[in-house]
Design a protein around this ligand. Structure first.
Ligand code: 3PG
Length: 306
């Protein structure tokens, strides 16, 4: 009987756990649930017995992957897999997959919600602004950005995008692709960031880009904190006192934001973008089905460490 570990420090909605378990029951696999764990020791013990694991933002570093002596596959139920050491996984012969697009609508709705929160001055009673008629700049054009586009357009926003890899997809739906990242930041009232924490995107939101922002603009980050150069963001927020930063990721320099920018930032207490029952179901069930397809049919469609 194959042994499957669901290791989620931030648990899925119970309905998702129930349906994921049902998929594995049907396949004749045994499920172990490790939720809200507070120490790495518990994870190391649990992974030692597993042949497959479903995870979220759980850290699967070289130590965890090496402890998975029987581990064949790890599926990150979600988009970003920067929490998994791909090199160590490959060295240990472990396939790593994600579930692209499955939680995108949930993250997009949070991005829109945070943009509104910022525009409405944190609902403080101060007069705010409306989304309709404003320009939204999408930094990146993956699944989340496409959902943000759909919602923003329905709200009457003008939407523009900067993307290197999805130009054709953007053009196909009549979306204007700016000539540079600087151009995107200059023209936007709200910038929503949708690039992964790897390669050229790391710290790509630097002073050279941020200096083009209008005073009064809002930056929404539901991607990763690593794509922001935080000292540069602090510098531009000091120079332009109307800029706000809304993020689903707590910055490393939280203390500076608290001390310098009251009323100009919002950080979710725990990463909340994908934390809906719908997103948990979509991503969790996709992960379970990918594991069954991998074992039963050798399917590696969503492998990210090829
Ligand atoms: C993702 O990369 O899919 C999102 O950041 C969601 O992360 P979570 O599963 O930890 O909520």
């Amino acid at each position: 009987m194959r042994k499957i570990l669901i290791a989620t420090e931030k648990p899925f909605a119970p309905v998702a756990v129930k349906k994921i378990t049902k998929i594995f029951d049907k396949a004749g696999y045994k499920v172990t649930l490790l939720e809200r764990y507070t120490s790495k020791t518990g994870l190391l013990e649990a992974i030692a017995k597993a042949e497959a694991a479903i995870i979220r933002s759980d850290i699967f570093d070289a130590e965890v992957l090496s402890a998975g002596k029987n581990l064949k596959i790890v599926v990150r139920a979600g988009a970003g897999y920067d929490n998994v050491d791909l090199k160590a996984a490959t060295e240990n012969g472990i396939v790593v997959m994600n579930t692209p697009g499955q939680n995108a609508n949930a993250v997009a709705e949070l991005a829109i919600g945070m943009a509104i929160l910022g525009l409405r001055e944190m609902f403080s009673g101060k007069p705010g602004g409306e989304m309709r008629g404003r320009t939204l700049g999408l930094h990146g054009f993956g699944f989340v950005a496409r959902n943000v586009f759909r919602i923003a357009r329905a709200m009457g926003m003008k939407v523009i995008v900067y993307t290197r890899y999805s130009k054709a997809a953007a053009a196909a739906i009549g979306l204007k692709v700016t000539s540079s990242l600087e151009d995107l930041y200059e023209k936007s009232d709200v910038v929503s960031i949708h690039v992964p924490a790897r390669g050229e995107h790391l710290k790509s939101v630097s002073y050279e880009v941020l200096k083009h922002l209008k005073d009064g603009s809002i930056i929404v980050n539901t991607a990763r904190k690593e794509v922001i150069n935080e000292p540069d963001l602090i510098r531009i927020m000091e120079e332009k006192p109307g800029i706000k930063y809304m993020s689903d990721l707590t910055p490393d320099m939280l203390g500076e934001f608290e001390a310098k920018f009251p009323g100009r930032y919002f950080f979710t207490p725990k990463k909340a973008g994908a934390q809906t029952a719908e997103a948990n179901l979509n991503a969790g069930l996709a992960a379970a089905e990918q594991i069954v397809d991998f074992f039963e049919k050798g399917d590696t469609t969503y492998q990210v460490n090829k």
